[in-house]
Ligand binder design. Structure first.
Ligand code: NAD
Length: 367
């Protein structure tokens, strides 16, 4: 609770929910509380025009409730555009559980959370995100069918990260073709920041193609393991943002392209898995364009994971998920061309396509 805002009148003054900076006409926001299990969660349903709102559940030790609300609003909005641009019949939603996943999470808490999801009758469908796992989804599945990302042994699609990595790789190749004239990454210097579930598989694809891969991560042990496994170079410069590379692949956290880093970048392409890479999509998107740096919109190229879990709903397997993810190459190319033609940033072009798809469906639904 923000201690500066103590009275109801003060709270009212700033419109704490609908007046939040990240509020973007979300359809529904559900606050879930259970005293017995200690569950405190928020489900954000941004838009359901294209279908049920699907998006993962993040469990994170937020420093206050405002931060949690802001995160769920921002992330659920992102899911609307990710599914829309990927051609999926899904809306945008996301959930956050307030707490430390390592210390506070219990099976009882996850089951209670599953019951809250069930009470929404399918309007929101969950999946994994930071702080939640496939076994958590399996537990939720015991109380509701409105969950994806469950184990393959239970008929689910399993770990989405390798499919996400494939989509990022496809988006990067499309960006290379546009920027350097060829989608062949052999000999291109690529800096991968964050070599977790997605980053490692991306390093694998890149190394196999002959790219000159450099890696960085806060986990030094992983850096050494991954470097040895794929023959990647460990980045050891003073400042990774000014690294002399062709492609920068942010695969750790969001907002790494910000006021402090944007003028240092030497890379000519940004293509990575992290969500919300641009601290300010409008301002930083514009500066990248002016500086001649091609940005492959994150919500487009990291959609492999949702394309994979969508298969659980409409019943397709891994092969079809990979085929659809491969198409990220074509969609990215269309977006780069559209941005060029209209003088827009690539982010604006991607958003325009996603918004048009939603607006067209809304019209169809009204007829
Ligand atoms: P992960 O947690 O497995 O890996 C993240 C890695 O980044 C870890 O190795 C961590 O040590 C490292 N890291 C954290 N802070 C760092 C820093 N400041 N500098 C360098 N390294 C740092 O996560 P993941 O599943 O690989 O996802 C990576 C990113 O992609 C996340 O932002 C995630 O939200 C996004 N994403 C993932 C998927 C998916 O399918 N897993 C789908 C869409 C988007």
């Amino acid at each position: 609770m923000n201690t500066e805002l103590t009275t109801a009148a003060e709270l009212h003054k700033i419109d704490p929910v609908f007046g939040q900076v990240s509020f973007d006409n979300h359809e529904q926001i559900v606050f879930c509380n259970d005293k017995d299990t200690g569950l405190k969660a928020i489900i954000g349903i941004h838009n359901t025009v294209l279908g049920p709102a699907l998006g993962g559940t993040r469990m994170w030790k937020y420093s206050n409730e405002w931060e949690a609300l802001n995160d769920v609003l921002r992330l659920s909005r992102g899911m609307t555009y990710k599914s829309a641009i990927s051609g999926l019949n899904l809306g945008g939603g996301k959930a956050v559980i307030i707490g430390n996943a390592k210390e506070d999470k219990t099976p009882e808490m996850m089951i209670k959370f599953g019951q809250f999801i069930h009470s929404l009758s399918g309007k929101y469908i969950t999946a994994e995100d930071v702080g939640t796992t496939t076994p958590d989804m399996d537990l939720i599945r015991t109380v509701t069918p409105y969950v994806t990302g469950i184990s393959e042994s239970l008929g689910g699609s399993g770990n989405p990260s390798p499919v996400t990595a494939y989509g990022v790789y496809m988006g990067m190749k499309a960006a290379a073709k546009y920027q350097f004239g060829s989608d062949n990454l052999a000999g291109k210097k690529v800096l991968v920041q964050g070599i977790g579930h997605v980053g490692e598989t991306l390093v694998d694809y890149l190394s196999k193609e002959g790219a000159l891969v450099e890696i960085t991560d806060i986990n030094q042990q992983r850096v050494e393991e991954v470097a040895a496994k794929y023959g990647a170079r460990i980045f050891n410069g003073a400042d990774l943002y000014s690294a002399d590379v062709d492609i920068y692949a942010p695969c750790a956290l969001g907002a790494t392209v910000n006021d402090d880093t944007i003028y240092k970048l030497n890379a000519k392409v940004i293509a990575g898995a992290a969500n919300n890479q641009l601290a300010n999509e409008e301002i930083h998107g514009r500066i990248l364009k002016e500086r001649g740096i091609l940005y492959a919109p994150d919500f487009l190229i990291n959609a492999g994971g949702i394309i994979n879990v969508y298969g659980e709903i409409v019943k397709y397997g891994k092969e079809e998920a990979m085929r659809r993810t491969e198409n990220i190459f074509n969609t990215a190319t269309d977006i780069f061309n559209l941005a060029d033609e209209k003088g827009m940033t690539t982010y604006q072009a991607a958003l325009a396509i996603a918004e048009k798809r939603i607006a067209d469906r809304k019209k169809e639904n009204a007829q």
